[in-house]
Design a protein around this ligand. Structure first.
Ligand code: AMP
Ligand code: MG
Length: 341
């Protein structure tokens, strides 16, 4: 039986202790972070980590991110941390930032999918911090969603798909950022973004003066890639999706209208609601506020499926700032059906 604890208003201390105990003892807990919800297990217990892969139906060559609450845990899990890596840690921990580091033996092979590295993140969300602190073990946690589905950013969206598969679900309200962390690996002393997120290339450049972006961010990845997660179908609603983008706003609206067929749902800018002629229009946010779009996007990708549309058209955003991360996720949601003019 899965228990749901409501921490939206206050963190109940007794339930916090129980949650920590479950994690230490090898159970599974869904918990909020500032990016998306995670499904977590004691990262030092291989058997517990195996249960995450089972619960999600996740491919076992897709490694997990390990969540920590204290800088001291870095030395337990990783070694040979360079000056550049230290600077990134100082700048972006705690926060929506994952750093890939050389792993120590103590990290089980299933966490890192047999790579010699481990992704580490220190969430800034208060509930996540309290759980990690109270459990006092590193917690491996991928996004809380059945593999290939949009990541969970609200308990209402995911409680059914995890009911009976996890021990505890912590409700902390909707995720603040709404898309997953920026994943970075320092390669030849250059911080390389393997997955874009709220921490942007500019943010990284401001700290260390240099940044590179992996070429697979907007392309289909196959075979050996630096971040195995890039190979998989991800973030996808059940109905077919097309992503549409133009630098010119009027052209973008025209493109959307040209592609509408009966039963189409459009996810687009609220400013375009009266200019797009479809059966159902759902606003992902404002053309002037990409943070709003990132906050809303995954829950909307789930919601539109409930309308049983014949197709979903999504208005894309400029690939700058957090727009890079939004487009990275939307290109995958649409299974690379992407129209740009
Ligand atoms: P998720 O936990 O669902 O947010 O996915 C974690 C992402 O981090 C995936 O895209 C993984 O490929 C990536 N990742 C985790 N650990 C590593 C690692 N050691 N090396 C490269 N990428 C990693
Ligand atoms: Mg995921």
């Amino acid at each position: 039986m899965t228990k749901i604890y409501d921490f939206k208003q206050t963190i109940n201390q007794e339930e916090l202790q129980k949650t920590a105990q479950v994690l230490r003892n090898g159970g599974l807990v869904i918990f909020p972070t500032e990016t998306v919800y995670g499904v977590g297990a004691n990262a030092l217990r291989k058997d517990a980590v195996d249960h995450i892969f089972e619960a999600k139906g996740r491919a076992n060559d897709n490694p997990l991110i390990v969540h920590i609450h204290d800088f001291k845990q870095l030395d337990e899990l990783a070694c040979d941390i360079s000056e550049m890596e230290k600077k990134l840690i100082d700048a972006f921990f705690p926060g929506p930032f994952t750093l890939i580091l050389k792993k120590k033996e103590v990290v089980p092979d299933n966490v890192s999918a047999h790579l010699d590295t481990v992704g580490i993140r220190m969430p800034s969300n208060k509930i996540a911090h309290e759980i990690l602190k109270c459990a006092d073990v590193p917690v491996a946690a991928p996004s809380a969603n059945i593999s290939s589905r949009p990541s969970g950013t609200k308990i209402e969206d995911i409680k059914e798909e995890f009911d009976g598969k996890v021990d505890i679900i912590i409700d902390g309200g909707p995720s603040d950022i709404g898309i997953e962390s920026t994943v970075v690996r320092v390669i030849d002393n250059i911080p390389t973004i393997l997955r874009p997120g709220k921490i942007t290339p500019e943010d990284i450049k401001d700290v260390v003066g240099i940044v590179s972006i992996d070429k697979h961010i907007f392309e289909k990845a196959e075979g050996v890639v630096r971040s195995p997660g890039m190979k998989y179908k991800h973030y996808a609603p059940k109905s077919p999706c097309t992503l549409i983008y133009s630098d010119d706003e009027k052209t973008q609206i025209d493109l959307v209208n040209e592609n509408i067929t009966p039963g189409t749902v459009v996810i687009g800018f609220k400013e375009h609601e009266n200019k797009i002629y479809c059966d159902q229009f759902v606003a992902h946010g404002s053309i002037h506020n990409y943070d709003e779009i990132s906050h809303n996007i995954f829950t909307l990708l789930r919601k539109v499926d409930t309308y049983n549309p014949t197709q979903i058209l999504i208005e894309g955003v400029k690939k700058e700032g957090i727009g890079i991360a939004i487009m990275n996720r939307l290109i995958r949601s649409s299974n690379y059906h992407y129209i740009e003019k």
